[in-house]
Design a binder for this molecule. Structure first.
Ligand code: FAD
Length: 451
């Protein structure tokens, strides 16, 4: 049975990764919580249990190495006393340098602790609207229930929420071989030559299509296949377009219309276009290359594209139902809704991507909702830190195309290329990474010290 909520103190809607972490942070600060979770009565199509904090797919929370963006994020979350991270280390299973967990033990323990806590009221029901005057965290995730999604749509408008995620890979600009790439516009449109064009000869194109068709795909659950068929014929994966005929890509996302290769002095047979993905120009996405290929296969096949042989992939492509807010328009960097400051968003619905990122934004939403309830000033993590850089990314108002993002070093704009402010000297890649990490650690230590 669905019902409206009318609770005191702080409401948390959704007991996934973000909601569980938010609830813990609230309890820890002495704030009472009403936690709403609809499963198992209403299912999401991906979750399998009734536990809170269920990991819906992989059991890995990503790299644990201190020199990886994902590792750095974990370090910051632990410094903020993340309960979910602590539980993940407790239930860790061997997985090389990754932090992988026994998913059932992890989720069972979190459910037991959170649901049983005396400061928390657990309400096993679907929320269909938010009470206007309560402090509330919305953490209903990428698979938000359809009824609540409709309510959010009515509240934020059609440009407020995106329903489906068609993510194309993102590569690091300095890993591209620019001797094989030329600048140009999008097909025959006017412009300042903003696109990077990777031209393919007939032989290169045919080899690429062959390998694309042979590559292994990620099997999709039924609900996603259905959703994709019915709703998103416009953003088909490249491998599916290729399967409809050898020339389909050449007349689709790889069409060379209006482009002229200055090296060959002619129009290319086919072209792959790269579009700038961040302000600094350190990241480029492969336009129209949303895909369901396995990650290792994406790297193998996309490196056949001229100019991408040594590409460093900052994000790999994927397709799944993914409801997320147009956060740059609606959220502040405290994760509050701009014109409804008693509403907070946390988790993947803010436009971050990944388990640890969802925990991180849930944690910040929990801390800030608690501080609002207690009349304390709200927190913004420093943009030099990885959590701060993620928050800056999802709330940056001038995105041309806002797409979900995971933790990666490409998020650090402006500080990655020079060793000292004002210096033109380019760092070696390893220096640059070490510099970013050192800066992030220093900024985060100061932030924690100020709490
Ligand atoms: C199919 C799929 C696979 C993914 N695989 C991975 C992966 O392998 N690795 C990775 O890092 N990331 C993955 N992600 C991305 C993301 O990290 C996870 O979705 C993560 O669980 C997001 O955390 P969350 O807390 O924001 O949402 P969730 O963990 O989904 O939690 C949201 C909770 O809200 C509840 N809820 C929804 N609507 C309502 C409502 N109206 N009332 C009450 N409760 C409600 C849901 O039942 C759910 O428990 C995947 C996402 C999807 C969709």
């Amino acid at each position: 049975m669905s019902k409206k909520i009318n609770p005191p103190t702080v409401n948390v809607i959704g007991g996934g990764l973000a909601g569980s972490e938010a609830a813990y942070q609230l309890i820890r600060k002495g704030v009472k919580v009403r936690l709403f979770e609809m499963r198992p009565m209403v299912e999401t199509g991906a979750h399998r249990t009734e536990y809170l904090a269920e990991l819906v797919c992989s059991n890995s929370l990503g790299s644990n190495l201190p020199d990886r963006a994902s590792g750095l994020l974990k370090e910051e979350l632990r410094a903020l006393n993340s309960y979910l991270l602590e539980s993940a280390y407790k239930y860790r299973v061997p997985a090389g340098q990754a932090l992988a967990v026994d998913r059932d033990a992890f989720a069972r323990e979190i459910s037991r602790f959170i649901k049983g806590h005396t400061s928390l009221e657990f309400i096993n029901d679907e929320v269909i609207e938010i009470p206007k005057d309560e402090i509330t965290i919305i953490a209903t995730g990428p698979l938000t229930s359809p009824t609540f999604y409709k309510y959010l749509l009515e509240t934020f408008g059609v440009d407020g929420l995106k329903f489906f995620d068609a993510i194309a890979p993102v590569v690091r600009a300095d890993s591209l071989d620019m001797s094989k790439i030329f600048k140009g516009n999008r097909y025959d449109e006017e412009g300042g030559g903003d696109y990077l064009n990777c031209p393919l000869s007939k032989v290169e194109y045919q080899l690429f299509v062959d390998e694309l068709l042979k590559a292994e795909k990620i099997p999709l659950p039924d609900f996603e296949t259905q959703a994709r068929k019915s709703l998103f014929s416009a953003c088909q994966p490249v491998e599916e377009i290729a399967s409809t005929g050898v020339d389909s890509l050449r007349f689709g996302p790889m069409k060379p219309v209006g482009l002229f290769d200055p090296q060959e002095q002619r129009r290319p047979y086919a072209v792959v276009q790269l579009r700038q993905d961040n302000l600094l120009g350190s990241m480029y996405n492969i336009v129209g290359f949303q895909t369901n290929l396995k990650y290792s296969e994406q790297e193998r096949v996309f490196r056949l594209i001229p100019g991408l042989a040594n590409a460093v992939f900052l994000r790999l492509g994927q397709m799944h139902k993914n409801i997320y807010l147009n956060s740059p328009k609606f959220l502040t960097n405290t994760l509050q809704v701009k014109d409804k400051p008693n509403f907070f968003f946390g988790g993947q619905i803010t436009g971050v991507e990944g388990y640890s990122e969802s925990v991180g934004t849930g944690l910040l939403a929990g801390l800030n909702a608690g501080r609002l309830a207690l009349g304390k000033p709200l927190l913004v993590p420093p943009p030099e830190s990885i959590l701060g850089a993620l928050i800056k990314y999802i709330t940056f108002p001038d995105h041309k195309h806002f797409v979900p993002m995971n933790a990666n070093f490409g998020l650090f704009e402006g500080i990655s290329f020079t060793q000292e402010p004002g210096s033109d000297k380019k760092n070696e890649k390893s220096d640059r990474k070490a510099y970013i990490i050192a800066l992030a650690r220093k900024a985060f230590r100061e932030f924690i010290g100020s709490l």
